[in-house]
Design a protein around this ligand. Structure first.
Ligand code: S3P
Length: 167
């Protein structure tokens, strides 16, 4: 496979963890788009949202996404990356896109245990408000995510199964 692989899906769907494992399994380089943005802008994502606003973040995110053309990489994208500008069209044209699917309930459980403060898009929500936000945001983003070449059930897909499906 001589195209970059992009893992896409909602916040908390495990893109980074699975991306790292997949890259290791396929002996490819792993790139975390959020980390790359942090390095490039020299501050954390919450700080960047605070200082420059989400709109500017989406511009920078799109620019850095579109630099990922190397064939030998697995890229974990941010939850919003495919959903702005022509990013999803670009992803499916330049790479192989894998959508990590999880239900809102499963995402809710995972996000409640994770570092929510690192995710300004969640606006400090918790409990039922968080679940409602996930349901609404996921419904809005699903038309983008489902353009991926491959859809996987995140909870029941091993790295071995995924690499076979990609072969
Ligand atoms: C965002 C998801 C985050 C990060 C930013 C915005 C979103 O990435 O890019 O906080 O809008 O869904 P993760 O999906 O890795 O948490």
């Amino acid at each position: 496979m001589n195209r970059p692989i992009f893992l896409i899906g909602f916040m908390g769907s495990g893109k980074t963890t699975l991306g790292r494992k997949l890259a290791n399994h396929l002996q490819k380089e792993f790139i975390d788009l959020d980390q790359l943005i942090v390095q490039r802008v020299g501050m954390s994502i919450p700080e960047y949202f605070e200082k420059h606003g989400e709109q500017q973040f989406r511009i920078v995110e799109s620019q850095i996404l579109k630099e990922q053309t190397a064939s030998n990489v697995v890229v974990s994208t941010g939850g919003g990356s495919p959903c702005y500008f022509d990013n999803m069209e670009w992803i499916v044209t330049h790479g192989t896109a894998v959508y990590l699917h999880l239900t809102p309930k499963a995402l809710h459980a995972r996000l409640q245990q994770s570092k929510i403060h690192n995710r300004p898009a969640l606006k400090g929500l918790s409990g039922d408000e968080l679940l409602q936000f996930i349901e609404e945001k996921l419904a809005e983003r699903t038309p983008f995510y489902t353009q991926a070449h491959l859809h996987i059930d995140q909870l029941n897909t091993s790295v071995e199964m995924l690499s076979q499906a990609l072969a």
